[in-house]
Write a protein that binds this ligand. Structure first.
Ligand code: HGY
Ligand code: MN
Ligand code: MN
Length: 434
């Protein structure tokens, strides 16, 4: 059979073919089915406020994985699991010697997470496969949809560990040795829930990777734009800071004799916020976790652990934020007589996504007739690491009030359908090309 297209760059003709397919075969997903799939998944870890708490590698993560694997098998997929628990559901193509066109995201959530962050991208991949089955469309390349372990970095830090191992950013042992607050490692928890797979992690060709995700910010909804064509992922730096002072009695200890680790942390929270504002309008700077020891109301805290999170689309600005923070922390420690340990535990430079894949998303949006605009990803995503080993890009859809990492996280069914349609168009445009 003649290759349908000779090069990945004749996007218009690719979409001319897809348009023809869609004319004859309506290259569209089943919006009701994907919404129903998401609502079934949302029951696993459902919270009273309507959100989802399904932390990485807990029994709830296992329950969701098992259900997803069942659905994928029912859709005719073969299942592979790698040594860090990434799950790959594969739909054969005409030529299975060709590398797959892949999609996927994560199903682990924040403790007060929502019903869409991550899991939407995983279910959209399943829906693309289900829709291709309904349309009886056979692609040249195999199609794979995937679950990436521990994307959130909430239970096990840092974020995106498993896609990082797949992309060669981390060694497998580093990933498996990540510990939660109780000292349990990812490797132990993978064994416990039965998702320590046999396959090596990564090291295999991927023809293209696409991830659909809610924007998790306010832009698309405010502009009443349906699709975000994600051109870049902003860079991130995560730190762990421990201030040590002297625990002492809150009553008899004079103010000028204190070495108060929580006062130091409070100053750093102000400093981090100022660094973010000094690099407005796009910089983001957050202190998300503070653990106070001994955390007793009448003891001056002797040791305080906190986490710092910096984000920016320009690496040099991110480096400047790092420098300003380090200088500030040092000055605060000196002024308050504290010692400190500061470790950067996570860093990746801003990611420009693949132009061919970005145009595939844009062309699919046009072919589907959706309003769209280029956008930079504010959050981290597995696609950011996949972009190191495959041409990659992302599809964003709006979320209500731009809120995510919150139990009220919400999206409209028409947005969910639109994102899955664009994902399908972008994937098929790559899977029919040689
Ligand atoms: O932190 C992030 O950007 C993502 O939610 N892991
Ligand atoms: Mn996510
Ligand atoms: Mn998230």
């Amino acid at each position: 059979m003649q290759p349908l297209l000779s090069s990945p760059f004749d996007a218009p003709s690719k979409f001319a073919i897809i348009a023809a397919m869609s004319e004859s075969k309506k290259l569209r997903v089943n919006g009701e089915r994907i919404w129903d799939t998401l609502m079934q998944m949302a029951k696993i870890g459902a919270t009273e406020k309507g959100g989802c708490c399904r932390l990485a590698l807990t029994d709830l993560d296992k329950e969701a994985r098992d259900l997803y694997v069942k659905w994928c098998k029912e859709a005719g997929c073969s299942i592979r699991i790698d040594k860090i628990g990434n799950v790959f559901a594969r739909r054969d193509g005409e030529d299975n010697s060709l590398p797959p066109v892949m999609t996927g995201s994560h199903i682990d959530t924040q403790p007060t997470g929502g019903r869409f962050d991550g899991v939407y991208g995983v279910m959209a991949g399943l829906e693309v496969i289900r829709a291709l089955n309904d349309l009886n469309i056979k692609t040249k390349h195999p199609i794979e949809t995937s679950i990436w372990t521990n994307e959130e970095g909430s239970r096990f830090a840092p974020a995106m560990v498993a896609s990082g191992v797949f992309a060669g950013v981390y060694e497998l042992d580093y990933g498996l040795s990540r510990e939660d607050a109780d000292g349990k490692t990812m490797g132990q928890e993978l064994e416990r829930i039965g998702y320590a797979g046999p396959d090596n992690v990564g090291g295999r060709p991927v023809h293209a990777f696409f991830e659909v995700h809610i924007e998790q910010g306010p832009i698309l909804e405010e502009e009443e734009t349906t699709i975000g064509v994600v051109t870049d992922g902003q860079g991130q730096r995560w730190y762990e800071l421990t201030f040590s002072g002297v625990e002492s009695h809150a009553g008899p200890t004079p103010m000028n004799r204190r070495k108060d680790a929580l006062l130091g942390t409070a100053r750093v929270i102000e400093l981090v916020n100022k660094i973010g504002l000094d690099n407005a309008p796009v910089a983001c700077a957050t202190v998300g976790m503070v653990n106070v020891h001994p955390n007793s109301r009448n003891v001056i805290p002797g040791k305080v652990f906190s986490t710092l999170d910096f984000r920016h689309p320009k690496d040099d600005v991110l480096a400047g934020m790092d420098k300003a923070m380090r200088e500030g922390v040092d000055a605060i420690a000196k002024e308050l007589g504290l010692t400190y340990e500061l470790e950067q535990i996570f860093y990746y430079a801003p990611i420009p996504f693949d132009e061919g894949c970005v145009s595939a998303v844009r062309e699919a949006s046009i072919e589907c007739g959706y309003s769209h605009r280029d956008i930079v990803a504010g959050a981290g995503h597995d696609a950011c690491y996949l972009s190191k080993v495959a041409p990659a890009s992302m599809v964003f859809v709006p979320c209500v009030d731009g809120i995510s990492h919150n139990e009220v996280e919400d999206a409209k069914p028409e947005w969910i359908t639109a994102g899955a349609n664009v994902l399908m168009g972008a994937m098929v445009s790559r899977a029919i090309a040689v």
